[in-house]
Design a binder for this molecule. Structure first.
Ligand code: HEM
Ligand code: HEM
Length: 156
């Protein structure tokens, strides 16, 4: 297994803990934040799969993984775009409850993560419509930043 599978599973487990330890009274804005995490991590797994394809010497495994990611590709753009809409709803509900809460680390980290997600979805569409090497790099760097900021936001 590629190390990214372990990183991704760890973040998912942290999110599950942060959300479900509130059971049975999990507020809706937190449930929606959790669904956003799941959508983002699903798309980010593409990075784990691509790294595995690059690093494995097993030819059959390479082919199997490449075919699988080809099948997922049509869903990738809609899962990413939907994640953005889900997080906008999360942010609207949060602002409705707490107002603009700039002194709070959770709020600020969420805000930054939201901005990076906008960058991720924008570079994704730019890359799809007119691919270039720079856009590919930008999409990956936004992805790395997104992953780390989601981790911070969920852990705080
Ligand atoms: C990609 C973006 C985001 C993701 C994946 C995300 C995910 C989550 C999750 C799973 C939680 C609940 C877990 C916990 O409380 O530890 C949460 C809570 C929170 N989020 Fe976000 N969020 C994002 C963006 C935002 C944005 C844009 C804001 C603010 C504008 C924000 C503000 C908050 C706040 C204040 C809480 C705490 C709510 C409470 O404890 O009642 N988040 N977020
Ligand atoms: C949460 C949002 C998203 C995440 C985490 C994400 C993540 C990724 C990752 C990790 C890759 C593989 C990078 C590589 O090594 O080349 C990728 C590729 C790509 N993404 Fe995204 N992405 C997101 C949203 C989007 C959106 C909204 C679009 C819109 C069209 C998009 C379009 C693409 C395209 C065209 C590729 C290259 C095709 C391929 O994988 O063969 N992405 N994305």
């Amino acid at each position: 297994m590629n190390k990214w599978f372990y990183f991704n599973s760890t973040v998912l487990l942290i999110a599950v803990w942060q959300v479900f330890h509130l059971f049975p009274t999990i507020p809706i804005h937190i449930v929606i934040g959790f669904i956003g995490v799941v959508f983002i991590l699903f798309n980010w797994t593409r990075h784990a799969v691509f790294s595995t394809i690059r690093n494995t010497s097993d030819r059959n495994r390479k082919i199997r993984l490449a075919n699988m990611s080809k099948k997922i590709l049509p869903f990738h753009r809609w899962i990413g775009t939907t994640a953005l809409f889900i997080i906008i709803i999360h942010a609207i509900l949060v602002i409705d409850i707490y107002g603009l809460y700039w002194r709070n680390a959770k709020y600020v980290s969420g805000f930054v993560t939201g901005l990076i997600l906008i960058g991720m979805v924008t570079t994704g569409w730019m890359r799809l419509l007119r691919p270039t090497g720079r856009k590919r790099k930008a999409h990956i760097y936004f992805g790395l930043a997104l992953f780390f900021f989601v981790t911070i936001h969920v852990m705080l």
